[in-house]
Design a protein around this ligand. Sequence first.
Ligand code: ADP
Ligand code: MG
Length: 454
Amino acid sequence: LLFQTIPNGTTCEGVFDFNTGNKGDLPFKKGDTLVVIQRTRDPNWYRAQNSKGESGMVPLNYITQHKEVKLTAMPWFHGKITRSDAEDLLTPRKDGLFLVRESTNYPGDYTMCVSFAGEVEHYRVIFKDNKVTIDEEEYFENLTKLVEHYERDADGLVCTLTQPLIKKGGHEYSVDTEEFRKSGWAINFTDLKLGTILGKGDFGDVYEGTYKDQKVAVKSVKDRSKAAQAFLAEASVMTQLHHKNLIKLLGVVIPQTMSNDPIYVVLEFMTKGAMLEYLRSRGRALVTSNDLWKFAKDIALGMEYLENKQLVHRDLAARNILISEECVAKVSDFGLARDASFNLQGGKFPVKWTAPEALKEGKFSNKSDVWSYGITLWEMWSFGRVPYPRVPLKDLLAKVQSGYRMDCPERCDKIVYQLMLKCWLKDVNERLSFKQIVHELDVIKPKLLPAINP
Ligand code: ADP
Ligand code: MG
């Protein structure tokens, strides 16, 4: 008999009510969320914690593990290329060779380009009611499902799709909402109560709320276009992350396929909000250098976990660190945490936080996250100043490439500044890793001057 072993930190759900009066056991109801905190010598029992923070023993056969939701790459998706670019790419002509691009004539729509009998046919893919369709008879949740359909059956096209023309470089992803349901992350809207607005996110408002008596943060997205796919991609990345210094995903509300209801992503609630605001509002008088060190260590541990998983965050900054009731710093906003594609034309691109090799050549890596970590340290020790004060954005890359680095923040320990400089080494091989940063922080700790405050 094979036993499944559940790693510490995994989110599970009760499949039956566990009514127990036994001391040391943790009773729960069917549907309750539990986090496994420790294996025991008996493979049938785990120590787990409920949403109220109570812990105790739970039987393995009463719980089910939430599984990871995988993203589906769309290697045949070429983004914004023109009609003639598409025709050039589809050479030599081969029947059934295809690609999908963004429509130039109908913004928001797509175009399916299929090579057949020496020609290229261009079919408009209409985006309508949060779905995509070619013939306005059959609708699909996303491009992947549409492509899969026409790979099985020509269904009105010149021929079936037989061979994708693979895009060079990074690929975009599609997310299947059904996957969230299958893997146990879907939650019912009726279990959720929305409260006041906490902040504005890129996709929609972020609410304070309650999920089954637990205080939560709820991110919402209304439309189901490309932005929604990116939003769900963020949630799917989060299904793979189990670490005390990364924001925990509790679940996703998936609306009925044909409805226009928003998608909600439910996260653990961080009572003290974003670290940037935390530092700005409290300042030197209330935050000690020990507090800053502890936040720096928390962030480094969360990032070391991502580094081990070879996941790149790409948007590490003080605004994306949240602080819990117990003053634990956690990394959030995995919107850009992908393993491949990403374009620089995003508008809101965090230029001042991004490593030069990433800005210039799109080379994002765990080492480019380390650069951003260095900028985040600078923000922390300057209590929320905007980095590179007085340097215009357009001059920044050239300046940094010629060796310019920010000065040591006022009253910041020189050993902390040394660490920042090691995060900003031009050569990525010399630049520290998060594993090394965690170590350096421990070395620094006893040498810190006690007072950053006057
Ligand atoms: P975006 O992905 O659009 O940048 P964020 O995740 O940064 O959105 O959230 C925007 C704001 O909402 C944050 O600055 C913070 O104030 C609030 N917020 C987000 N998540 C949480 C949370 N888990 N707990 C408390 N506040 C949160
Ligand atoms: Mg953000």
